[in-house]
Design a protein around this ligand. Structure first.
Ligand code: MGD
Ligand code: MGD
Ligand code: SF4
Ligand code: MO
Length: 696
């Protein structure tokens, strides 16, 4: 592989979001020993990086990270430095005690979509084989689970984007729903700019006029939680105006009559009343979408993080199917996944109902295949466990001990103060992290692990492209990789074999475990990824070219046809009323990442985004009597958060917005509603009812 940064630079990928920008690491004499340099050869971002990626090396410094294990030697005592033998021994003892006292399901495991494929795979196997517990889930449940469920239902397969990002620049019209790409994946904004340069049109659906919405030809600003009605209303207009692609519907889909009947109940005037989007804008959106020769709908967390996220995704997919904008070149539905390994992390078995290769834990053939690879009896594999919020909510109840790897739920879980209480009520908590996160600070044992630049492993980007991150730096002596940690812990729990610390060995086993499954990685090797800038799954055998574009000939359902799902609008889990008259929605800012555990430790990012705020419209600010910069209390049925007001007319007057990156009194998740989607078990991060009070 050539590299513009020089021979000694190691090509790799960013530790943060699912765009997985290519970058190179060059050795330096200064702390932390490497610097991030551009890697223009990598086609997805062509050298461009956002501020987080550019500054990612700062977190490698021993000044901000964990450099050795910490153990709490008495229940109310402090966390104290310890050696690895003591720390791992304490974890083995803590997990064993819970199991001995209350059975295997008293031990929970919580993973993360930032973990590499190898780690996610090893963690799922560790839970099922070593702990014998069904109680494993991960933070991806909070991320793209509704889109995943929607994909499965309609197409029979869940790969977030069934086409490469490059196709987005060449389609005719994009409806971008609840994605603030300009802040959450800045280098990808280029594809939308190119779309418009190529004569295509961009429609953005967001209650806020974001930096992304500013790029749009048409911006629809619905009331949070009403995307389902919006998508149905647009499809209604498609039918009413005779823009249905009858031939596509006949040849490539099933279920249209029922879906069509459901759509017909959603009159434009009714949809305007529910969503607040004026009828002329609805008409204009349908005209732009149907007049273009090809089109895409792309969703992100806005419409998905709702208690009806799966149905909402279904309604957007229905719009694509009714107009023939799916399963054809340059057309289709896609979900912009979030975390670094948001795609791969949901395929290899850290999810409550899942085995590697995106197999179902309830499928006898899948159990048999994976049990054979693992060298265990199929009957010994536990059944499906609880979803992430339900698992966190059960801590201290029937789940007595937890091993947590790659998440910081004290900041990021809905109804976070309650979840923090559940974590505190555990008999035993072990956290593997790179920094002392707010959740790690509650643990009985903290296991310090290596970071992206110090270890090798694969991630699968939002495009379904399997990529290789390479070790470029020697980690501090006191830290271990997650794989070494699981290897050591498994050995202490009686499994000397089956958990190799070498990532390539784990990947080769993952390939075998995934073979024949929906997410088939069996043809992908480290060597190939390095030579080809990544390989798109499915890739069922060596020499197979990989699959950048899915569904062009047939969908992944039994009969090869996409399924319409008849859905109707329903209200959010919590509506406004006299006591809580305002809607709260939550999300991100460009300079902070997730719970902020990593990015709050980078000076440049903290300067750019020093703390939480409440975005609100001038009319609402006036009604509350708060001026820009003054402290505002936001109160919901779950709790209260206080942060400075940021007054802007770029948001609906009935809605306030808070980013969720900070702990403490400005923690947005003090407020959020854990109402769950019945299919995906996604919590309703994007809408709840609040009232505002001056707090100055
Ligand atoms: N800077 C930064 N980048 C990130 C991350 C980060 O934390 N920081 N996290 C990564 C991860 S894991 C993820 S999942 C992605 C998320 O990426 P995005 O989905 O782009 O991020 P969000 O800010 O959560 O939500 C997007 C938009 O949804 C809008 N929205 C709110 N409520 C609604 C609604 O009811 N309907 C609609 N249509 N829109 C609504 C918000 O106003 C917001 O602008 O970003 C990834 N990239
Ligand atoms: N209100 C509100 N809440 C939200 C959302 C929202 O939009 N609004 N979005 C939700 C979404 S989409 C997501 S994805 C979640 C994310 O929320 P979290 O799950 O809290 O995500 P991170 O902050 O990325 O936490 C990852 C943790 O793992 C550590 N870590 C990083 N890499 C590794 C590794 O390789 N190994 C180990 N052991 N640890 C590692 C990091 O230091 C960090 O402490 O938040 C959700 N919460
Ligand atoms: S857009 Fe995402 S992957 Fe790219 S540099 Fe920024 S955080 Fe990293
Ligand atoms: Mo996410």
């Amino acid at each position: 592989m050539t590299d513009a940064a020089g021979d000694d630079a190691v090509p790799t990928h960013c530790p943060y979001c699912a765009l997985q920008c290519g970058m190179s690491l060059r050795r330096t004499a200064d702390d932390p020993g490497v610097e991030v340099v551009e890697r223009p050869e990598f086609p997805v971002n062509r050298g461009a990086l956002c501020g987080k990626g550019r500054t990612a090396a700062a977190v490698l410094s021993s000044r901000v990270r964990l450099t050795g294990p910490l153990v709490r030697r008495s229940k109310d005592g402090p966390l104290e430095p310890a050696g690895w033998d003591e720390a791992l021994g304490a974890v083995a003892a803590g997990l064993t005690a819970a199991r001995a006292g209350h059975g295997p399901d008293a031990v929970g495991v919580f993973g993360g979509g930032g973990l590499t494929n190898e780690k996610a795979y090893a963690l799922g196997k560790f839970a099922r084989v070593v702990l014998g517990t069904s109680q494993i889930d991960y933070n991806g449940r909070f991320c793209m689970s509704s889109a995943a469920a929607g994909h499965q239902r309609a197409f029979g397969l869940d790969r977030g984007m069934p086409f490469p990002l490059a196709d987005v620049a060449r389609t005719g019209c994009v409806i971008l729903v609840g994605s603030n790409l300009a802040e959450t994946m800045p280098p990808a904004l280029r594809y939308l700019t190119e779309l418009r340069e190529n004569g295509g049109t961009l429609i953005v659906v967001d209650p806020r006029r974001t930096r992304t919405a500013e790029q749009a030809d048409l911006h629809l600003a619905p009331r949070p939680g009403t995307d389902l009605a919006l998508a149905l209303g647009l499809t209604h207009l498609v039918v009413a105006r005779g823009r249905t692609d009858e031939e596509f519907v006949r040849e490539r889909t099933t279920g249209w009559p029922a879906a069509r009947a459901a759509v017909m109940a959603h009159w434009p005037e009714h949809v305007e009343r529910v969503t607040g989007v004026p009828v002329p804008q609805l008409r204009e959106a349908v005209r732009l979408f149907c007049d273009a020769p090809t089109g895409m709908v792309l969703t992100a967390r806005g419409p998905e993080q709702q208690s009806k996220g799966t149905d909402t995704v279904g309604a957007w997919i229905n719009l694509c199917l009714a107009t023939g904008r799916a399963g054809r070149p340059l057309s289709g539905y896609g979900c912009l996944t979030g975390q670094g390994n948001g795609q791969g992390g949901r395929e290899h078995g850290q999810k409550a109902d899942q085995l590697p290769g995106y197999r179902k834990l309830t499928d006898p053939a899948a159990r048999e295949h994976v049990a054979r690879v693992w060298g265990v009896a199929p009957d010994s594999l536990p059944g499906p466990g609880r979803s992430a919020y339900e698992l966190l909510d059960a801590l201290g109840g029937d789940v007595r001990a937890l091993l947590l790897m790659g998440s910081n739920p004290v900041v990021s879980a809905p109804r976070a103060a309650h979840i923090e209480g559940r974590l505190r009520s555990l008999d035993f908590l072990a956290v593997a992290d790179v920094v002392l996160s707010e959740t790690a600070a509650l643990a009985d044992v903290v296991l310090p692990v290596t970071q992206w630049a110090e270890e090798t492993g694969t991630t699968t980007s939002l495009e379904g492209r399997v990529l290789l991150r390479r070790r470029a730096l020697t980690p501090p002596p006191g830290v271990r990789t997650d794989l070494q940690l699981l290897h050591g812990l498994a050995a202490l729990l009686g499994h000397e074999k089956g958990f190799p610390p070498d990532p390539e060995e784990v990947f080769d086993e993952l390939r075998r475990a995934s073979a024949g499954g929906p997410a088939d990685y069996s043809g992908i090797t480290y060597r190939r990824i390095a030579a080809e800038d990544g390989v798109f799954w499915p890739c069922p055998k060596e020499g197979h070219p990989g699959t950048p574009r899915l569904f062009l000939d047939r969908f992944a359902t039994e009969d090869g046809r996409a399924r319409f799902v008849p859905v109707v609008h329903r209200p959010a889990g919590e509506e406004t009323d006299a006591e809580y008259p305002v809607l709260l929605t939550t999300g991100r800012v460009v300079a902070q990442y997730q719970s902020g555990a990593q990015t709050r430790r980078v000076a440049e990012l903290n300067e750019a985004a020093p703390g939480p705020f409440v975005e609100l419209h001038p009319r609402l600010a006036e009604r509350v009597g708060v001026a820009d910069g003054e402290l505002l209390a936001v109160v919901s049925r779950r709790g209260r958060a206080v942060a400075p007001a940021r007054v802007t007319d770029a948001i609906r007057a009935d809605t306030v917005f808070m980013p969720f990156h900070w702990p403490g009194e400005g923690r947005a998740n003090n407020l959020t509603n854990p109402a769950l989607d019945p299919v995906s078990r996604m919590p309703e991060f994007k809408v709840c009812a609040v009232r505002l009070e001056r707090a100055g």
